[in-house]
Design a protein around this ligand. Structure first.
Ligand SMILES: Cc1cn([C@H]2C[C@H](O)[C@@H](COP(=O)(O)OP(=O)(O)O[C@H]3O[C@H](C)C(=O)[C@H](O)[C@H]3O)O2)c(=O)[nH]c1=O
Length: 534
């Protein structure tokens, strides 16, 4: 049993673990409860990558307490510290996916930089309130990444003395948080320790990262995106090996020090992908799509893609007696098997937010004024936020009847039609999937007959990102529809007659002679696009 220092006020150690519902955090909580006598308070905001199901089986334990909340919430953190009197705070809470940080850096700055700063501030105040003995026992362990060191060439390794050269918004935000943890030690004496690890893999990893994403796509027969030439190198660390290393750092790491944690398992990405494909084929011989390797697609490279990461872990090995125990081959097999056996966990994860994918059928990202839409890897049936359906109203008097599609005063001013056109659609004809770039699309299917409307939510910031739905409109369901910017849509005439579609844009063609297009309609014409309906 690993021995972790406790405070004089507690019989056994109490750990405040932040981000404990995420991938590494949840594995760490499990390892702590299994191999120590510590009690865990898990503070996690439950963003898209945090899943309470990862720890559901531990909920009954009297050594485990879950609190939903933000590390940046000073009042909450202060009350947790006062109430539980932890002997250590282990900070896993972070936004961690490089691709997301490229698409949307703000959350990374907010959580990783501002959040860590606020957490440190509260920990500092708490630490100052402790007795001298308890101050000596206390640790703030900041869990970080080797990406802060930038990219290696073909030779060499990252050591604890390597220069910080972060290349992505993610690694820059982690670098900033490392500097803050270091500064709190240097300036205020808070006993902070920083660990920088290589790429983790194993159970409970959100399927946006390479290994779970490839595993799932191979199982489901979906294309497997490999960025660039596939020759980038990562050092792979099995997650439980990492957790045991962190326990050693907690028990014996010296305040103000940095420990690099690596798996001694350098692999080219393409080799990782091929190994996963082989293991999937072997464990699932009956898959209909044949050798999984045929799903591999080389796609556009990640911007600023670091070429190689490799860690020299000799400090933690010699000082704290830790070494990785799981080989890459064993770890991959165990991971693939876990994903095959844990469909329920996966469903609970990917229903809320789906795996990100750069390069496969994604909408182009070259225009700064365009919305940041991105094709999800997988779409699941579900409602789509912001799509509005309005019944078509029919009014009549002695002069005849009138159909009203949209009423100006119950529409958003941005969507009020200023022009209109009708188009005719033949039976069986599909209008190609497209999205509008700067204004909502609103239309009504007039009939005769029915049209099937297909919708895909491709807005990464949307609460229903990754959902798709189909709705039949027209004769059997007379309605007008408003489709927000960034929701890809297509429609197909499913009736036996030609039918009419009314479209009411507010400024599709503006200017003299209506010749100048204002809104841009972007068609999904990439061969790998998931937006296919025939
Ligand atoms: C998702 C994906 C990735 N890749 C490539 C990009 C990388 O060269 C490699 C691994 O990518 P991933 O996004 O899984 O991980 P890294 O960008 O190396 O970063 C990871 O390891 C460090 C230490 C952290 O600190 C990050 O939090 C963690 O996400 O595969 C592809 O080729 N295709 C894909 O679909």
């Amino acid at each position: 049993m690993t021995s972790i220092p406790s405070l004089s006020t507690n019989a056994s150690p109490v750990l405040l673990i932040t981000g404990g519902a995420g991938f590494i955090g949840s594995n760490f909580v499990r390892v702590v409860l299994e191999t120590t006598n510590a009690t865990v308070v898990n503070l996690d905001l439950l963003t898209y990558a945090g899943n309470p199901k990862s720890l559901q089986d531990l909920e009954a334990s009297d050594r485990y307490r879950f609190v939903q909340g933000n590390i940046g919430d000073g009042t909450l953190v202060q009350s947790l510290l006062r109430e539980h009197q932890p002997s250590a705070v282990i900070n896993f809470a972070a936004e961690s996916h490089v691709d997301r940080s490229i698409d949307c850096p703000d959350d990374f700055i907010q959580t990783n930089v501002v959040g860590t700063a606020r957490l440190l501030q509260q920990c500092q105040a708490y630490w100052e309130s402790l007795s001298q003995d308890d101050q000596r026992a206390f640790r703030f362990l900041h869990v970080s990444t080797d990406e802060v060191y930038g990219s290696l060439g073909a030779e060499g390794y990252f050591t604890e003395d390597s220069r910080y050269e972060p290349n992505s918004p993610y690694s820059a935000s982690k670098a900033a948080s490392d500097h803050l943890a270091r500064a709190y030690h240097e300036t205020f004496g808070l006993p902070t320790v920083i660990s920088n690890c290589s790429n983790n893999y194993g159970p409970y990893q959100f399927p946006e990262k390479l290994i779970p994403l490839v595993t799932l796509n191979a199982i489901e027969g979906k294309e497997i995106p490999v960025y660039g030439d596939g020759l980038n190198i990562r050092d792979w660390l099995f997650v439980t090996d990492h957790c045991h290393a962190l326990l050693r750092v907690l028990a014996g790491g010296r305040p103000g020090e940095v420990y690099n944690i690596g798996g001694d398992a350098e692999q080219k990405n393409i080799d990782v992908v091929k190994t996963i494909c082989k293991v999937v084929d072997e464990l699932c011989p009956a898959l209909p799509h044949g050798p999984s390797e045929q799903l591999i697609r080389f796609v556009k490279d990640r911007p600023g893609h670091d070429r190689r990461y490799a860690i020299d872990a000799s400090k933690i090995k010699s000082e704290l007696g830790w070494s990785p125990t799981v080989t890459f081959e064993q770890g991959i097999r165990e991971t693939v098997r876990w994903y095959l056996e844990n469909g329920d966990w996966l469903k609970s994860t990917v229903n809320d937010a789906t795996r990100s994918r750069r390069g496969l059928g994604g909408a182009s990202t070259d225009g700064a004024t365009r919305p940041q839409t991105r094709a999800a890897d997988r779409y699941t049936d579900g409602p789509i936020d912001g799509v509005v359906t309005r019944p078509i109203k029919r009014f009549s008097d002695s002069r005849g009847w009138l159909m009203e599609l949209f009423r100006e005063d119950d529409m958003d001013p941005d969507n009020r039609p200023v022009m209109a056109y009708f188009s005719q659609t033949e039976p069986g004809v599909t209008r190609g999937p497209h999205e509008h770039v700067d204004q909502a699309d609103y239309f009504a299917f007039i009939g005769p007959g029915d049209f099937k409307l297909y919708l895909w939510d491709s807005r990464p910031d949307s609460p229903t990102y990754g959902n798709c739905s189909t709705i039949v409109y027209g004769e059997s369901n007379p309605a007008g529809v408003i489709v927000p910017v960034g929701v890809v849509h297509a429609y197909k005439n499913v009736s036996d007659h030609s039918g009419w579609v009314f479209n009411g844009p507010n400024r599709l063609y503006a200017g003299r002679n209506r010749a100048e297009p204002v809104d841009e309609i972007r068609h999904e014409d990439q061969t790998n696009s998931p937006y296919k309906i025939d």
